[in-house]
Design a protein around this ligand. Structure first.
Ligand code: DP6
Length: 349
């Protein structure tokens, strides 16, 4: 799990989106979601301590939260508030005084259309679990629960980046009965072996665009009259996609993914404040993609997160068309458009 003491975690792209959450301390999502793991886009994190720290105190509680120092001169960016709260909360039970050094990097560039919060928080909690030697103290299931619960408090989508049994996987993040102690559950879906050849790339339409952050967007989801309608339909979509992944029903996976991305963007646009990521360039890019994909009948589908970047999931046979699409898209928008490919399969398009 990582190089030279680093814990690593992959990013993921949701095919059935998580959008809207309960803003309480627990950060429970309003709906279950389903994602495809992007094994080539990874974050690496190492957490070390120079302070007094006793891993064997895991079973005990040290109810003193007086001093916690984060060694900010050793990191190149100020710790985001969310990360600071997460770290302080985790260590609350472990130490009364500690100095942490956090070293972190991604193997993908910042402006490549892949949010690093999913892989970043999953790698961070993995690194903290290593530091705390939790493998020795917890069963595999307990450790998984520990990692996913903390990853969720960092970033919801990070919950789906904790499982990493292989580079290709489809992860379901479900809401559970709120009476239980654990409120959400992630699991790996079984899928038809043909999905192993699925490829993924991102067409970055605007690397710099100022956007409403996902965290802010989640807050306004419930103000959209469409939110409850979308949420009510998610369980059925997840059940259908689970079956379609098992049976290799590509058309159904495509149809559900594209419909759910549109549904999420409709919620975003009709909320208050509203956020519109489907700007003119994205609309043009999408229309051209759909037209070229449908007239050539290749296996490829699109999805969009909270950013102006077109994610394409496709099979080898679609490569030629995607290369032509890239040329035409650049002509249409009259500028260079970068493509980033989930690299572990090697080669660009
Ligand atoms: C559109 O996980 O980034 O990518 O929980 O506030 O950190 P926070 O939000 P985040 O939201 C992801 C939203 C999405 C859809 C998805 O990944 O499911």
């Amino acid at each position: 799990n990582g190089d030279e003491g680093y814990s690593s975690a992959p990013s993921n792209i949701a095919l059935i989106k998580y959008w809207g959450k309960n803003l309480s301390r627990k950060q429970i999502p309003d709906n279950s979601s389903l994602s495809y793991t992007l094994g080539g886009f990874r974050s690496f994190t190492k957490v070390t301590t120079q302070g007094r720290f006793l891993p064997e105190t895991y079973e005990k509680t040290i109810p003193i939260r007086n001093k916690l120092y984060l060694n900010s001169k050793d990191i190149e960016f100020p710790i985001p508030e969310k990360m600071d709260i997460l770290i302080q909360s985790i260590f609350y039970n472990f130490a009364d005084e500690i100095t942490l050094k956090i070293e972190s990097y991604n193997n993908f560039p910042t402006a490549c259309g892949i949010a690093s919060s999913a892989s970043g928080y999953a790698a961070l909690v993995g690194a903290i679990a290593d530091l705390l030697q939790l493998k020795k103290h917890l069963s595999a299931i307990e450790l998984h629960t520990w990692l996913t619960e903390w990853a969720r408090l960092g970033s919801g989508s990070a919950t789906r980046s904790v499982i990493q049994s292989s580079e290709d996987s489809f992860i379901k993040w479900e809401l559970e009965d709120s009476c239980k102690e654990s409120f959400t559950k992630t699991s790996e879906l079984t899928f038809h072996p043909k999905w192993k050849q699925l490829e993924h790339c991102v067409f970055v339409l605007n690397a710099n665009e100022k956007k409403t952050s996902s965290s802010d967007g989640h807050k306004s989801a419930s103000t959209s009259p469409l939110h409850n309608v979308r949420v009510a339909g998610v369980s059925k979509k997840i059940a259908m996609m689970t079956k379609a992944l098992k049976e290799f029903d590509f058309d159904l996976v495509q149809q559900i993914s594209e419909e759910d991305a549109f549904a999420m963007h409709a919620v975003m646009q009709t909320g208050n404040p509203s956020a519109c990521y489907l700007d003119e360039d994205v609309s043009k890019a999408l229309a051209l993609f759909i037209q070229m994909r449908d007239s050539n009948e290749v296996l490829a589908f699109w999805t969009l997160d909270a950013g102006p970047n077109l994610h394409i999931l496709y099979y080898k046979d679609a490569k030629q068309i995607l290369t032509e699409y890239h040329v035409k898209l650049q002509e249409l928008l009259d500028r260079d458009i970068k493509i980033f490919k989930n690299a572990y399969r090697g080669g660009l398009l």
